[in-house]
Ligand binder design. Structure first.
Ligand code: PMP
Length: 389
């Protein structure tokens, strides 16, 4: 019966949050958190979203069902941003999903339906939710070491070897930008080489792009993704607006599927709709409706990139401050997005927690904007002291 269920191992990040919450020290620093925070340590609602929500409240006349694809105008308006120069390609179809997470699940469901023998080539470490999602649809995972944490660099040779060892039809999971948890993004040249191998070996790229605009800019952050679209007949992408519109809990994502023809894409999307129907029927409306209003209102549409740039600038400014403090931390200035990993042992992570009230994951992953402006210097001092010890 239900009472016989085994215990589930609790997520270590959730445990970390609980530990941090229980710490009475006022000066405690939470860099385990996975959301953007401003200089004062808050995760504010964007002004453009507040305005869009007000407009939604004033003008929405019905909450009747929209259908499996969710808000179609939202995905249509998002195409030029997510797909760039490929927005007009009618071999690419998209639909709204409950967050990037829902898009990942749905994309892997489609692969499992089309080719259950496909293996998914995954660089480690990766976002801890990737492997369980892939396993949940019954696909096999092949791991390769993506990042050398102690050397603070991508293990590109290992990545190339893994892709060269893959079989035609295998899936390559790629982080579009702002690699989570390492912050180590492929260079333009590395993207180009990966793209060549994917084409040569007839692999299926699956791009997870959850932080578009958090690294260098909306267009630049999708450079690798769009480069793949230039040359790949088949591609799957999971996109999220949860970070770049700061609507995390409202669950705003989309899935894109490209095949070699409009007809094949339509057939694939019929399967996608079927899978979506089995899982959640339709995605939640509110967040996507707010994003749609932002993109559909010229005045809001021009203000959004400014608010996004302010988040990006803060991330990169904190990175520069940390990088400038010590040569051993210089690599942090060359990485992107909210996360980087410190080359620290588990004992050092514990020492940071106990001696300095700094809470980060056991892996050494920390959120650079988990630090408020006034916490940055104390964080740097504590980290340097710990690395010296
Ligand atoms: N992919 C990666 C790499 C992520 O870090 C996240 C969020 N933490 C997601 C996908 C999914 O984001 P969401 O479901 O909140 O849109």
């Amino acid at each position: 019966g239900l009472a016989d269920l085994p215990a589930v191992e609790t997520d270590s990040l959730l445990q970390l949050i609980a530990l941090c919450n229980a710490d009475p020290r006022a000066e405690k620093i939470d860099v385990g958190v996975g959301v953007f925070r401003d200089g004062e340590g808050r995760t504010p609602i964007l002004k453009v979203i507040k305005d869009a929500e007000q407009s939604l409240l004033d003008t929405q006349e019905s909450k009747s069902y929209l259908g499996m694809a969710g808000d179609k105008r939202y995905t249509e308006l998002l195409r030029p941003i997510a797909l760039g120069r490929h927005a007009g390609d009618d071999r690419i179809a998209g639909l709204q999903t409950p967050g990037g997470c829902g898009a990942l699940r749905l994309g892997f469901e489609l692969i499992a339906t089309a080719n259950p023998q496909a293996r998914v080539i995954v660089g480690t470490p990766t976002w801890p939710n990737h492997p369980p999602i892939i396993r949940a649809v019954g696909l096999q995972i092949v791991e390769y070491p993506y990042y050398d944490r102690d050397g603070c660099r991508i293990r590109f040779e290992a990545m190339v070897d893994a892709l060269n060892d893959a079989r035609p039809g295998d899936v390559v999971l790629l982080h579009g930008c702002c690699h989570n948890p390492t912050g180590a993004d492929l260079s333009d040249d590395q993207w180009d080489e990966v793209t060549r191998i994917i084409v040569d070996r007839r692999l299926l790229p699956f791009v997870d792009i959850a932080y578009q605009g958090f690294a260098r800019g909306l267009e630049q952050d999708a450079r690798g993704f769009h480069g793949l679209l230039d040359v790949c007949d088949e591609l799957i992408a999971a996109h999220s607006c949860d970070k770049n519109f700061s609507v995390y809990r409202d669950r705003v994502g989309s899935l894109y599927v490209k095949t070699g023809s409009t007809e094949a894409t339509a057939r694939a999307m019929a399967h996608v709709s079927q899978r979506a129907r089995e899982m959640w029927s339709m995605p939640p409306d509110h967040g996507a409706a707010a994003v749609r209003i932002v993109l559909d209102t010229p005045e809001l549409k021009t203000r959004w990139p400014d608010e996004l740039a302010a988040m990006r600038d803060r991330i990169n400014a904190v990175r520069k401050r940390i990088a400038a403090a010590d040569p051993r931390l210089a690599y942090i200035g060359d990485q992107f997005g909210m996360f980087s990993m410190l080359p620290v042992t588990k004992d050092q992570v514990l020492a940071l927690r106990e001696k300095h009230a700094i809470y980060m994951a056991d892996s050494g992953r920390f959120n650079v904007v988990g630090l408020s402006d006034e916490q940055v210097d104390r964080f740097i001092t504590a980290v340097v002291e710990t690395l010296d010890a």
